[in-house]
Design a protein around this ligand. Structure first.
Ligand SMILES: NC(=O)c1ccc[n+]([C@@H]2O[C@H](COP(=O)([O-])OP(=O)(O)OC[C@H]3O[C@@H](n4cnc5c(N)ncnc54)[C@H](OP(=O)(O)O)[C@@H]3O)[C@@H](O)[C@H]2O)c1
Length: 364
């Protein structure tokens, strides 16, 4: 049979790709558990499969982990104490992260080397490799971006944006007060608040190396940093409000006593939004403030916001706005500690350290 030179070329070309793909296979390791429990007791790094490009359906890509953080919600999920839980076991954890395309069947658009954020919530990101469809990936223009900034972008800075924008109509010069001021969300609130012209008063827990923390928070734009005890002293009961307006918006990451004190500081008709419960204590609203100051207390959950905004372009628009701020130097990623997946026990221990302002990230 006579083969035309072009079909001969095509068959050689596809043979070349088949051989290359057969040679490039990827071992998938996933940080999983078979049950809920304490992370150090239940997590295991499992070798789950080997994948290669021949398995890819149209529009699918093989992605490789670049970096994925440990957030408090990940720990809560492993413990079985979160609003969204895995549908089955073994379950792979990790709610956010940045990956690199290593092979792709996507004809136009994505190419090897591109950075992507997986959009699928239930697809655990603590894994070395995986296969995802094009619709499940968000392309990130990586020029001038640090992996840590992208890996930690889709939860905490997005939460900060929604907390500042969605509850109170703030005007330039208005004040926001927040506890957990050194959390990743809090650090993003400080930077975005400053960028948008608001005063941000941040409350942190007392600690031995307080000055070091305050210096760091000031270096990223935190002008007003106080400890929880100051909420009951003249400086925050009266004095500061002679210089800047009382806060119209309070952001609660902590719960318990820190929140009662913060509520007392709010302006008349102020709003407090609870988004975290780090102290594991309930919120008690002081009755007289609630009635006589006409306070509003609300809750916020980014996962619900993402579900509500799945069909419009708002999430993508917000990520690109935040990427712009990172590139312009307005938004710095949290300080990070990096661990390989196989060092997961050390990583979990580091993430559970008190008074650490460093985000723990898995890298491949
Ligand atoms: N609702 C949402 O959609 C949403 C989205 C993102 C995050 N969150 C929540 O927001 C919170 C912060 O998340 P993140 O990733 O920003 O956290 P992170 O960077 O890990 O920081 C944790 C913060 O909590 C403080 N903290 C820890 N234990 C505490 C305790 N017992 N009492 C008081 N403060 C304590 C830490 O202060 P120290 O330095 O003093 O230890 C630090 O400020 C978490 O509860 C998380 O689940 C919620």
């Amino acid at each position: 049979m006579k083969i035309s030179s072009s079909s001969h070329y095509i068959s050689k070309f596809s043979l070349f790709h088949q051989i290359r793909r057969a040679l490039s296979s990827y071992t998938v390791h996933e940080l999983q558990s078979d049950q809920y429990g304490a992370p150090l007791e239940v997590l295991k790094l499992n070798k789950t499969q080997t994948i290669d490009g021949n398995q890819l359906k149209a529009n699918e890509s093989i992605v490789k982990l670049i970096a994925s953080p440990i957030n408090p919600a990940d720990i809560n999920m492993i413990q079985g104490k979160y609003a969204i839980l895995p549908k089955s076991f073994p379950a792979t954890f990790g709610n956010e992260g940045v990956f690199e395309i290593v092979e792709t069947n996507v004809k136009a658009g994505l190419k090897p080397g591109d950075w992507v954020i997986p959009k699928v919530l239930e697809w655990g990101k603590w894994r070395s490799y995986g296969i995802l469809a094009e619709n499940d990936l968000m392309y990130i223009p990586k020029k001038d971006l640090m992996p840590e900034a992208v890996a930690t972008l889709s939860v905490n800075p997005c939460t900060a944006v929604r907390l500042i924008k969605d509850f109170v109509q703030l005007e330039k010069g208005d004040t926001i007060i927040q506890n957990g001021g050194n959390s990743a969300v809090g650090l993003a609130v400080i930077q975005l608040g400053k960028l948008w012209g608001f005063n941000v008063v941040s409350i942190v827990r007392q600690r031995e190396n307080l000055q070091e923390l305050v210096d760091y928070m000031k270096s990223i734009g935190g002008e007003h940093v106080y400890v929880e005890e100051d909420l009951r002293k003249a400086i925050l009961l009266t004095d500061l409000w002679k210089k800047i307006p009382r806060p119209k918006l309070g952001l609660n990451c902590v719960g318990g006593r820190a929140t009662i004190d913060l509520l007392r500081i709010l302006a008349k008709s102020g709003t407090m939004v609870t988004y975290g419960g780090m102290s594991k204590q309930p919120i008690t609203v002081p009755t007289s403030e609630f009635i006589f100051k006409n306070l509003t207390c609300k809750g916020f959950w980014l996962s619900r916001w993402k579900t509500d905004n799945m069909k419009n372009n708002e999430y993508q628009k917000m990520l690109h706005e935040l990427i712009g701020y990172i590139k312009q130097g307005h938004l710095k990623p949290p300080q990070c500690q990096l661990f390989k997946l196989e060092d997961y026990a050390k990583a979990i221990e580091a993430s559970e350290q008190r008074f650490s302002t460093k985000k723990v990230l898995f890298i491949s």
